[in-house]
Design a binder for this molecule. Structure first.
Ligand code: GLU
Length: 307
């Protein structure tokens, strides 16, 4: 049953694209899924530009992503924030972790960590670097579990599977894991709905939330869309950008990728009209957990009635 009728302003979702290229079908699935989940609960939906990794940023990508969201009728609440403007918040969190002994300077190089599969458990650096990374110290037997709305109970042994992870990179860029945790808390996000590729980042984020005394939001990881070689779509490969000029067929196809029964309401002539109908029909429990071919997100006339 839809919860749209009884508003719960306490629910806050977000879509947080990195501006590394145009939005592809996989990122639009995350945008639509997170929008539906928030709106279906009567909640708010924020947009945050995750531009901490500036060398990977593509000029004009953030603006094009925002135009695409608007063309798809996905209206956001509040100001759009950009991580590149939020370094002071990340610095404050990092200083707290260093102050409490949970974060440490690491001089190890990638080559030195290759022997342990890139997993850091103790510093093996032969020499000090002028630009050490800062890592979070992960205790032994650090199993983190959480209940994902789509995947059920998920657990990871962070010490064995990930190791001490980077918070501030040697090139002085903030690591995604720290920035996302600080921002989700600062923006009071209650429901993180995003691509399934980030499922295995979530235990790290929960560990950081605990280290910083921050709340853990609810998580839902959506099905991954794979290209014809079985690889995740990547914005930086310019893989399958969605066609913002004709959003309605893509919305129908993405809706099906979320496991939802086709909508054929004749009144849906614009993306906003589609979303108005969709938000009342949306059933989060139907979202599949398995990956799908990206071609499933490409409209085909048999499943995407337009009038
Ligand atoms: N910035 C990430 C991306 O574009 C998403 C991160 C997140 O939703 O936590 O794939």
């Amino acid at each position: 049953m839809s919860r749209a009728s009884h508003a719960s302003p306490a629910c806050r979702g977000r879509f947080a694209p990195s501006p590394t290229g145009p939005l592809h079908a996989g990122s639009m699935l995350a945008a639509l899924g997170s929008w539906l989940m928030a709106r279906e609960a009567g909640g708010e939906w924020l947009v945050r530009i995750e531009d901490v990794d500036q060398p990977r940023e593509v000029a004009g990508a953030a603006a094009s992503q925002l135009r695409t969201l608007a063309r798809f009728g996905l209206q956001h609440d509040g100001e759009i924030v950009s991580q590149s403007q939020r370094g002071a918040l990340y610095r404050d969190a990092l200083d707290r972790l260093i102050g409490s002994g949970l974060a440490f300077e690491c001089h190890c190089s990638r080559a030195e960590l290759a022997a342990t599969g890139g997993i850091h458990r103790r510093c093996v650096a032969a020499s000090r670097r002028p630009d050490p990374a800062i890592r979070l110290r992960v205790r032994n037997d650090c199993e983190i579990g959480f209940d994902d709305l789509v995947h059920g109970h998920v657990r990871q042994c962070v010490d064995r599977e990930v190791g001490d992870f980077v918070l501030l990179r040697a090139d002085e860029l903030w690591a995604y894991q720290l920035a996302v945790v600080v921002d989700d808390a600062a923006q009071a996000i209650t429901d993180v709905v995003r691509g399934g590729d980030l499922l295995d980042s979530t235990p790290r984020q929960i560990l950081l939330q605990r280290a910083l005394g921050l709340p853990t939001p609810n998580y839902a990881h959506l099905p991954l869309l794979l290209d014809s070689h079985g690889h995740k779509l990547s914005k930086s490969d310019a893989a399958s950008p969605v066609h913002a000029s004709d959003p309605l067929p893509t919305l129908h196809a993405l809706w099906r990728c979320l496991g939802q029964a086709p909508l054929s309401d004749a009144s849906m002539r614009t993306p906003v009209e589609f979303l108005d109908v969709a938000v009342h029909a949306f059933q989060p429990s139907l979202i599949p957990r398995h990956a799908l071919p990206a071609s499933a997100a490409v409209h085909n006339t048999a499943t995407t009635p337009r009038d």
